[in-house]
Design a protein around this ligand. Structure first.
Ligand code: AMP
Ligand code: ZN
Length: 395
């Protein structure tokens, strides 16, 4: 491993540091870590293997271009805080991850791929019981969605342009006797992956799904929305490749999301999103979580970042529930309230009774993150947990 420190052309503003930093991992396969300094003026880069001076200069130029493209002319967004309970006293302040790994509750199958044991599974079950009650408040109909998602449909909603860095592709061997026999005979796992030639694999028709609600919009595509409005709920595995940013239960490649999804008029979606937020606020108060809800944006890739993030901020399209992680004095998004305006309605041709495109929105919770943030604040001993959670767990 080698380390390099270099300064950036203009200080990276504080509000963009974590978003820029997350993108640096994607600049080169040789990067194992990249950290922006406290003052935003330099980047400390860790490389897996040493490089010569010209290669380093080239790498630096690419990193600089990411910084410039993501920060050029950026004005700090007006962060809107809808709820602030960050200072709620909580009884725990260590990182539960080492103990979860040590006692086998979390086992790491690969970077970003984790199995959870009975303790965490039951805790997530308690949250799920609540989410199902929440869904019932909206008469949200239950749905089951696939883990794979259509490449053709994702293309229709511009996903490849917005989030190319985090895609996970599903493929299979080409229907070719030589290819299949050759693979069966020679495939083995080497340090960095399977040794099979790229040419053995088919073109990509499907990916692993990055979100839950897309499946509902795809199912509703190219027809009028029956009754002009719909509420639905589903839980599903979601996949976001976060490169060297993958660590602990905070950032996974394969995680599960519970969503409550609204499709209808703008008023229907916005009113339900707001009603859901108030309902969830009561729940989070009951379980004593220290958190805030504030405006946010999705992690668009470099080229789309500035325009799209500014758009989301300007139209209050996304709010995140950010739980406090006392052990590192930071916060972690455990859920989000999203409004997509008529984006999916237009691109997928979902129409309302008046012929206009439907509006959509969703309330999404990251189940592993919620459990992890809860344990960061309350620890692994249920005796120290708030009564409603302790009781629900035993009940
Ligand atoms: P989003 O659609 O990006 O707002 O995601 C909804 C929720 O999913 C977030 O608030 C997180 O709780 C969770 N989530 C998103 N990405 C990840 C990830 N890489 N690992 C674990 N949880 C995630
Ligand atoms: Zn969604």
């Amino acid at each position: 491993m080698s380390e390099h420190n270099f300064s950036v052309p203009a200080t990276i503003p504080a509000h963009l540091r974590s978003q820029v930093q997350a993108k640096l991992a994607y600049v080169d396969e040789n990067i194992s870590g990249a950290a922006i300094s406290q003052d935003g003026a330099s980047i400390l880069l860790q490389l897996r293997s040493p490089v010569n001076q010209p290669a380093l200069a080239d790498l630096e130029a690419r990193l600089q271009s990411v910084v410039i493209e993501m920060t050029k002319g950026a004005v700090p967004p007006k962060v809107e805080v809808l709820e602030d309970h960050l200072q709620r006293p909580v009884p725990f302040s260590a990182d539960p991850m080492p103990e979860l790994l040590a006692n086998g509750e979390v086992s790491r199958e690969h970077a970003g791929i984790y199995s959870l044991g009975p303790f965490l599974t039951r805790l997530i079950g308690v949250f799920e019981t609540y989410f199902l009650q929440l869904a019932a408040e909206f008469e949200a109909q239950p749905q089951r969605f696939p883990t794979l998602i259509s490449a053709e449909k994702l293309g229709r909603v511009n996903y490849f342009r917005a989030f190319p860095h985090s895609l996970t592709f599903a493929t299979h061997l080409r229907e070719d006797l030589h290819v299949i026999n050759d693979f069966a005979e020679h495939a083995s796992y080497e340090t960095e992956g399977l040794n099979a030639p790229q040419a053995s694999f088919s073109k990509i028709q499907a990916l692993l799904s990055p979100a839950v609600c897309y499946h509902l919009y795809f199912a509703l595509a190219d027809k009028p929305l029956p009754g002009g409005k719909l509420a639905a709920t589903a839980v599903g595995h979601c996949f976001r490749y976060e490169s060297s940013n993958l660590n602990t239960l905070e950032r996974m490649w394969d995680f599960t999301m519970r969503e409550i999804i609204f499709v209808g008029s703008a008023d229907f979606v916005l009113q339900n999103r707001e009603r859901a937020r108030q309902h969830v606020a009561t729940f989070l108060e009951r379980i004593g979580l220290a958190y805030k809800v504030e405006s946010a944006n999705d992690p668009f890739f470099v080229g789309e970042f500035r325009k799209q993030a500014a758009f989301q901020n300007a139209f209050q399209l996304k709010y995140e529930i950010r739980a406090r992680l006392p052990f590192k004095d930071d916060t972690l998004a455990v859920g989000s309230y999203n409004y997509h305006q008529d984006f999916f309605g237009r691109h997928l041709n979902i129409s309302l009774p008046d012929g206009k495109p439907a509006h959509t929105g969703c309330v999404a919770f990251g189940l592993e993150r919620l459990a992890y943030a809860f344990l960061c604040q309350f620890g692994l001993d249920p005796a120290a947990w708030p009564a409603p959670l302790r009781e629900a767990r035993h009940g």
